[in-house]
Design a protein around this ligand. Sequence first.
Ligand code: GLC
Length: 545
Amino acid sequence: MRQGTHRELPPQWWRKAVFYQIYPRSFCDSTGSGVGDLRGIVSKLDYLQTLGIDGIWLSPVCASPQVDNGYDISDYCAIDPLFGSMEDMEELIREAAERKIAIILDLVLNHSSDRHPWFLEARKGRDNPYHDYYIWREGKDGCPPNDMRSVFGGSAWSYVPELGLYYFHQFSPAQPDLNWDNPKLRRELYDSILFWVKKGVRGFRLDVIDQIAKEPDSYITINGPKLHEYLRELSAACFQESSIVTVGEAWGANVERARQYSAADGSELSMVFQFEHMGLEQTDGSKWNRKPLYLPELKHCYEDWQQGLHGYGWNSLFLNNHDLPRIVSRWGDDGQYRVLSAKMLATMLYGMEGTPFIYQGEELGMTNISREIGEYRDLETLNYYEEARQAGLSHERIMDSVHSRSRDNARTPMQWSAAAQGGFTKGEAWMEVNENYTFINAESQTDREDSVFSYYRKLIRLRKEREIFTEGSFRLLLPEDERIFAYERESEREKLLVVCNFSGNEQTFTPSHEYETGRCLISNYGDLDKCLRPYEAYMIYVQKA
Ligand code: GLC
């Protein structure tokens, strides 16, 4: 018998839904261990219900040595004791369902932990039945089979002396890539997914799913030739219940591929998380090398995605996750205009078509951190520091990149109150809370009408009330303007105008006549003026005659 009951969910319910991503270790600690846990999440469900979300995407909570904070799984059907027990998980699913909140799990299917029993077996011998669950190659003249690099730095090949073979890993050596060409491996993965479906989980976020069909001999990591074949098989085996929602993380997706991933026949996924808008400030192909955001480029990027998927597929909408710096520090102003610019960025995004994902703390306007390297915990950041030092870059230059780009910006503990450690833990937090918790925290925002929290709450409500958000077409206004991001949505009976000032200066913008009699649905200043004030944003709605 299914434990969380969501039978009433209609197909494609997720088109009108808003999801909230929880990074469990940093969300709420109920035991004083310094690490967030499942019971901590249960204790905050009322908070999430107040915000108005429909689902929680939980970053991985399965058994893991935690080399990459759970993205290295050693048992797909067990809960890591760090986060609690299976009973805690069942309670979370049940308590969430009572509040009409669905639980979406994070599936890490591209690789396992090197402590997974499959890998421990696989490395015992070339004829071990699990050997072929992973990707092994002979070296060349005492060197790795080729010069492929891991995303986290260093070679993508690690040597196992007992076997005289190298195994392939796109991430750290503790995350060996699974061999999707092996049907037995695929079947075992599907069985573990079905285990969670039976428990009442309502969907999955699929970690780096466009990397599963790799062909390392041809240097292919993303979008391998068999990718869509595997996705269709996975979907047919695991996601056929109509209320299951699936979100594929796909760094390599373009509009055309996203149409295929999210095609309405449901043969692959519900939607993808794509990152084109997140890569616009990057140069030299490295996330650590930045250039300033050029607004027209961002606007055209959104235009392509909004128009390209309208009527063909489905978008996800996000500005933050556990791998990205905080958006208010990135595209907004985390000083004087923090509250206004956090609301402006939300307005820009929430007027669009797609399913929004809020990352914990975004609804409070949480910001980046700037710390000494010894205070960082993320292995990607620490590896980058070492490699960049070895390449001769100065400490200052490296730290400048770390401060703006490190994944730890998103991973500082959630700021619940002005109490010690932001109310996150009664012990010692695994990573220090951002010192601005004294004035940026949930307790001071939930009851305040003018808070970032209340603004998100209102945006979520608006999206549910009006069809235009899910159905309208998208038209970009002032495409080349470098400070104003304005667009229209239009359906048969409704029109929506969204206007955002991305600068700290006044701008001029006059809505066209048809909006004169329109209704202002939301505005971050609380009223409208003749000019656009710093970081001002609003939405005007009209019903057509
Ligand atoms: C994804 C996750 C990231 C993780 C990586 C390897 O990009 O979001 O946190 O490190 O995959 O699993």
